[in-house]
Design a protein around this ligand. Sequence first.
Ligand code: SF4
Length: 326
Amino acid sequence: MSKQLAKWDSVGILLTYWCNAACAHCYENSSPRCRHTMSLDQVRDCLRQLRQLGCKGAALHFAGGEPFYDYGLLIDSFRAARDELLLPLGKLETNAFWCTDDDLVRQRLTEIRDLGLIELLISSDVFHQEFIPIERVQRAVRIGREVLGDQGVRVRSSEFLQNPIDPTTLTNEQRDDAFRCALIQREERMLGRAARALSHLVDRHPKEAFANTDCHREILLTRHFHIDPYGHIFPCVCAGLILGNVKTADLATFHETFNCDERPVSRTLIDHGPLPLFEEALRHGLQEDPAGYASQCHLCYEARTFFRRQGMYPDEIGPDEIYAAD
Ligand code: SF4
């Protein structure tokens, strides 16, 4: 079995961990308390390295947290992408929290369109709408289509936007039911806040149910990566599992020389999945949850959270934002 990283097809640059919201399904654990944001120099460096690696602008996206947190940085990041000939950018994600006024939305989206964006991806679901009034999402979609065209705007999920519910009017029981329905329609990664806030709403299984799995495909064969505001490199679905850092090695060298044998957490996950890692955490004092675990990623996250809090494997498990309890 190859131990090489697959060629990267697409990369998400997480400009900040900050978010106005603290959605129950957020696998990055973003919230208003998370302040760490990339500097413009870091964004520039990252884009330069991605271009040198052969990435195209259409395969890149700016995300967060909420990338509209610092609009000046966002626009400067687009300009930096232009300087690297990486525009139009493939995708920009937002939850539309900032869409309080038609003129403001039109002005910002026109500026972004003129720089070069292929798709604005707007989040809308029962989790986001605990924090963001649906009118802001509707405004973002309406003006987004006017400015960027129908093909330039995508809503996740458009079904919810057509028949929205306001979770802030629900009782706790109704809210749990609404969350359960959403989880049936779309499986969420049980990492970060999702592990704490949602895993009790889905079927759980004893840890042994996750024996005989491995994460070779998710770590080595994935073609989609994220780079966080600290420069950490995460495989697409494994937030908080650090494979390297753009600040310490350029991406081309990192990609070419990545050796999982030098990274014990990754190596165990690639070869055997999360169960051996979880059993190691048990031997160090982690208490097993008798209710079980929602998925192999949930089991993985619980083991990693324990190690993070014990100060173990700091080069592979971090940053604090992803492992912090609210
Ligand atoms: S179990 Fe861990 S390493 Fe494997 S895919 Fe899930 S988060 Fe990634």
